[in-house]
Ligand binder design. Structure first.
Ligand code: C2E
Ligand code: MG
Ligand code: MG
Ligand code: MG
Length: 289
């Protein structure tokens, strides 16, 4: 599988970055160095508000600007970072950067753009996560309601009582909470009802299965569930116009995916948002259906 990395530079990933114990050790070592040297950058993928047609939120996605290997995706280093616990330090840098960026957008008059940040299970097991988030908000001056934290079902399943307390604590900061990759775990309705969450993100595998002219029983079941619990829904991995229109017809709140845009560096995401939102706002009422 070849991936275009910019310029004339193609890189090939035939095998995982770390296969042998030695390679894993080396990767761990360079991850530690990367944390010290702040080699992580954050890209932002827009979420389209389907009721307004406006992009009013983005998801922060980490990238590693590796000194020799180029720009690396999360799949290349997040698993080892989680195993070794280094994800907590990486996650803190991502959180800080994401809040800082979102805060400058507000200063520059882009208004109310929310940012969501992924948390890993390692991070939520740490006692200092509350302080880490509080600190990111304080340093960046980003109002808490513009930060959303994404967690997965499996992270919370292990201990529902603890999860409930813990999420309530986070929520008391004023941040929003989302369940990522929803549908891939085993959450029941009664379980979901106990969690103080705001948003369900339909996993992209279910969105990918939406075929032209057909209904998706899974997507519709998730929509019904969200409706009964009064949760907002984001569909992930939306790639085709048919998928987008189907989701719109189900009154899904947000769409995220390549049909709108890939994740972009901070400098480019603003241009995209401005362009897209101005175009939307300039449409005459007749052309808006
Ligand atoms: P996720 O949180 O579910 O993020 C969505 C992933 O789907 C992103 O991959 C995004 O680029 C990709 N995606 C978006 N739209 C489409 C589409 O239309 N089609 C397809 N095929 N893919 C799409 P990415 O950036 O490689 O991130 C992968 C995963 O890595 C994320 O899944 C998340 O679980 C994890 N991750 C990313 N950043 C962080 C982070 O800062 N901290 C932690 N703990 N995990 C992160
Ligand atoms: Mg996510
Ligand atoms: Mg997801
Ligand atoms: Mg995913």
């Amino acid at each position: 599988q070849a991936r275009y990395k910019g310029g004339n530079n193609f890189q090939f990933y035939h095998q995982k970055l770390a296969t042998s114990p030695l390679e894993r050790l080396q990767l761990e070592k360079s991850l530690r160095k990367a944390i010290v040297n702040h080699e992580f950058s954050v890209e932002f993928q827009p979420k389209l508000n389907l009721s307004s047609g406006i992009i009013d939120s983005v998801e922060a996605l980490v990238r590693w600007r590796h000194p020799h290997k180029g720009l690396l995706d999360p799949q290349d280093f997040i698993p080892l970072a989680e195993e070794t616990g280094l994800i907590s330090a990486i996650g803190e840098q991502v959180l800080n950067k994401a809040c800082m960026e979102a805060s400058t957008w507000r200063d520059r008059g882009f208004g109310d753009i929310s940012v969501s940040v992924n948390l890993s299970s390692h991070q939520i097991r740490r006692d200092d996560l509350y302080e880490v988030i509080q600190n990111a908000l304080k340093t960046s001056q980003l109002p808490a309601e513009y930060l959303e934290l994404e967690l997965t079902e499996s992270m919370l399943m292990e201990d529902i009582n603890h999860a409930q307390d813990f999420l309530n604590q986070l929520r008391s900061l004023g941040v929003r909470l989302a369940l990522d990759d929803f549908g891939t775990g085993y959450s029941s309705l009664s379980y979901l009802k106990r969690l103080p969450i705001d948003t369900l993100k339909i996993d992209q595998s279910f969105v990918a299965e939406i075929r032209p002219g057909e209904k998706s029983p899974i997507v519709e079941a998730i929509m019904a569930m969200a409706d009964s619990l009064n949760l907002s829904v984001v569909a992930e991995g939306v790639e085709t116009r048919q998928q987008l229109e189907y989701l719109e017809s189900l009154a899904c709140d947000y769409a995220q995916g390549f049909i709108i845009s890939r994740a972009l560096p901070a400098s480019e995401i603003l241009t995209l948002i401005r362009h897209s939102n101005l175009q939307m706002l300039n449409q005459s009422p007749e052309s808006v259906h």
